[in-house]
Write a protein that binds this ligand. Sequence first.
Ligand code: TEU
Ligand code: CA
Length: 535
Amino acid sequence: MAKWWQERVVYQIYPRSFQDSNGDGIGDIPGIISRLDTLEDLGVGILWLSPVYPSPNVDNGYDISDYCDIHPEFGTMADMEQLIAEAGKRDIRIIMDLVINHTSDKHQWFVKSRDKESPYRDYYIWRPGVNGRPPNNWTSFFGEDCWEYDEKSGEYYLHLFAKQQPDLNWRNPRVMEEIKGIMRFWLDKGIAGFRCDVINVLYKSSLDNGKKKLVLTGSEHYISQEGTHKILQELRRDVLDKYDCFTVGETVFVTPETGNMLCGEGRRELDMIFSFEHMETDQYIVKWFKRRFHAGRFAKVISKWQNALDWNANYLENHDQPRCVSRFGSDGQYHVQSAKLLCTLLLTLRGTPFIYQGQEIGMTNFDFTGMDQIRDVESHNIYRLAKRLHFPAPLRWRMIKATSRDNARTPVQWDSSPNAGFTKGKPWLGINGNCDRINMASQINDPDSIRSYYRKAIALRKNERLLIYGSFIPLKISKELFIYKRELDGRSMTILLNFSNRRQVTGYNGTVFLSNYDREAFDGSLSPYEAIILG
Ligand code: TEU
Ligand code: CA
């Protein structure tokens, strides 16, 4: 049965880097409000805000110290209420980031839990050490230990991410009731749902040692456990089902089987999930060891997931991933064509498309030259770990440069003025030097720009139900070509994507619905990085 959140395009905003309104160099909510007309013009129907709650910003807001307020650097609760209202006037709905695997270590719950006698002690996972060592051998997502010793109470607490992000204890029914209250608080303000942060690691089935692994020793005890399914079913039954809203879960290490268990229609858990497998086809084991991008490997994984789930959440970049045009396209000679090609892919897949801020103008990876310009806690931890492992400095920097999450976090390039129109102050993170040629102002009225192409593709998707609800049928996958068709009620469209800088003959023909070479007719051959939709 059709759902409104299947028919809209989502635009992800990383507020810190979107638009500053008061000159402190940090993006904020009034800045977002000032850009709503541009977002409405683009044609997006939902905004996902990365966290705007009070936070010490160890992990830029993914370490929350108060779930029911707004960080002063982003504005006030009145600003947030105004954003929800102003977006609503433009038929744009807002979803917030729900980070409930962990809080900040500055959250009152954690501060109180450091006292062994506190009723908040059991909100977190505190354990005594074993022979002066941490309680088990687990390793964290951020390349550190998973346990931090707390002198005050003489025990360790678990943190799957930074040590300033203590994991909540989801075996505690009081934690469940607290989180339900937080979700109702925001849903009552009129938001339309949540993007749920690392939502499939909430329940730890055991704290036993894990099998030693290069990545995330111990994860077999907490990835997609039965206890997590029960939690998601309860949140759905007691809170979400009482509102006109949806959820998209960020779910690490899911397979199509475990993914279906989390978001299949009948499961009554999440509505959609972000899987990672297509984002792992250009790496060896971990993202820090880059592998040459291969369109065939990429296309095979995308095709698999297209038909593995009832409904997909499709994305090519976000605040954690490098810029897709630099990674899967070409940010050199074919920058414009390949950015439009990736737009065509994203907007013609079956599932809700998620566009990340700046993707619509073809923003590229950053042009930083050293770690002193990097702000991301994950990058600094990994750099330190690589140094401890005696990786030579040039290799360490090469690893970080290609993969750091800061690639996606440089401020949005609005125009070619100083600081790209993002701020009148000193930006919290460096602005890419290519903002003089890649910026919103130079594209917004140019019919041949990347942004104009995104606007056309979004409009086409809105007007063609077969691009929303049609079946996905792969036709050809090779090192250069990804060709597939969408079909609904006897009508079909064929999408041809040339992921190479060479001309390709395809043997297809048809009426051109969209082309990144502005073709009127199609002779069967594709130019470098050409994308075309035939009907
Ligand atoms: O990310 C979860 C997560 O696992 C990411 O670190 C991801 O594995 C990696 O970056 C992919 O390349 C979520 C948020 O998106 C991220 O920003 C937070 O740092 C993290 O959770 C902790 O809240
Ligand atoms: Ca600001």
